[in-house]
Design a protein around this ligand. Structure first.
Ligand code: NAD
Length: 345
């Protein structure tokens, strides 16, 4: 039986919590025993708010041991896995510390605030031999997995163009401080950057425009062109200043030589050039459940993590850094260096 401790019981902590409980209920030999959050007392009964809603807004936590201090939790619990759902600026230090102490670590995306921190995480995981996986959840999201399969098996030929978007309202608190969240580029847009990296490998060059709306938050609106040798036309945009009743959306439209695929309103519509269009039949499970299931099963079965390796998520971080550099220079083309790591397939 693998024992899990969860650190950070905010929006994503609740999401992870639900998924560990679901896995246990499904018979996977895993048990979430402890939860740690500096605000655990006030969070116990608080309603959680995020882009994609958790199944419940409050929980009965009486069967879990609750801590407000990580050291206390580690001292009192025998844990195999620590799940980190902390604000981004804590990811690197806490992950490295826990890997050094012999735990397997699942850490929320983005991996870290920058590639120096990300490199330290990769090196620490390698040296300690412990599993580290970053929750780049789109790699496990059925609508994006479907796209990945189409790109790989070329059932509609090669990709000629693609557009990816996500957006919603400006988040509050630490998210608005660039030094803590990295702004919308690192926090929100990285999902699509990581997807493009996963689908097509590293671009040769990027060119980005960014706009700051909320002072101190970094770029709140971003548009990036990803430049590849074969000249496919690829763009991703993010905007976390869509206020009012907008809500949240994530979409893509990818064109292939023999058809196009559009993800909108939670549906993937496939439009072959010379046949009727159809809605792809996909699992209704979200990437949040599937990524944790994958991580847990990799540990239980002692199999290699290959879908979201630390090296590969570090590569996505390096692309984001190039995008920020381009946006800082009014869209100047930035060439990605040769040291960069390409995504695993
Ligand atoms: N994969 C996704 O789609 C997705 C969606 C939202 C957020 N995220 C990521 O998840 C991470 C967490 O985001 P969130 O929205 O849950 O944030 P949040 O602010 O809702 O939750 C973070 C929690 O960590 C706690 N915390 C802070 N410092 C602590 C410490 N030293 N020890 C213990 N607890 C501490 C806070 O009290 C808070 O409850 C971020 O990195 C964010 O980018 C990912």
């Amino acid at each position: 039986m693998l024992k899990v401790g969860l650190i950070g019981f905010g929006f994503m902590g609740h999401m992870h919590f639900e998924n560990y409980l679901r896995l246990a209920a499904e018979g996977v030999p895993i048990e979430l025993t402890a939860i740690c959050d500096i605000r655990i007392e006030e969070l116990k009964n608080e309603k959680v708010v995020g882009n994609i809603s958790t199944d419940q807004s409050s929980y009965d936590l009486s069967s879990f041991r609750l801590y407000s201090d990580m050291e206390d939790m580690l001292k009192n619990e025998q844990l195999d896995i620590i799940d980190i759902a902390l604000p981004t600026y804590l990811h690197a230090d806490v992950s490295c510390d826990l890997l050094e102490r012999g735990y397997h670590v699942f850490c929320e995306k983005p991996m870290a605030l920058n590639s120096v921190e990300g490199t330290r995480m990769v090196e620490t995981a390698k040296r300690t031999g412990k599993n580290l996986m970053i929750g780049q959840c789109l790699r496990f999201w059925p609508a994006y997995e479907y796209l990945k399969n189409c790109v790989e098996d070329e059932r509609y030929g090669k990709v000629t163009s693609g557009y990816f978007f996500r957006g919603g309202a400006t988040p509050n608190g630490w998210y608005r401080e660039k030094e803590k969240s990295g702004g919308s580029m690192l926090d929100m847009h990285i999902h699509d950057t990581d997807m493009i990296h996963w689908l097509f490998g590293k671009p040769e060059k990027v060119s980005s425009l960014g706009r700051t709306v909320v002072p101190g938050s970094g770029y709140d609106i971003v548009s990036t062109n990803y430049i590849y040798e074969d000249n496919k036309v690829l763009n991703a945009q993010a905007d976390w200043t869509l206020q009012g009743d907008y809500g949240f959306s994530m979409t893509y439209r990818v064109n292939f030589k023999r058809g196009n695929i559009v993800f909108e309103n939670d549906q993937v519509k496939v439009n072959p050039n010379h046949a009727s269009g159809f809605i792809a039949e996909l699992s209704s499970d979200r990437g949040y459940y599937r990524e944790i299931s994958y991580f847990v099963h990799s540990i239980l079965n002692n199999t290699l993590i290959s879908v979201a390796t630390p090296e590969s998520t570090l590569g996505s971080l390096e692309i984001i850094e190039a995008e920020i550099c381009s946006a800082d220079n009014d869209g100047e083309i930035v060439i990605l260096s040769d040291k960069t790591i390409t995504a695993s397939t």
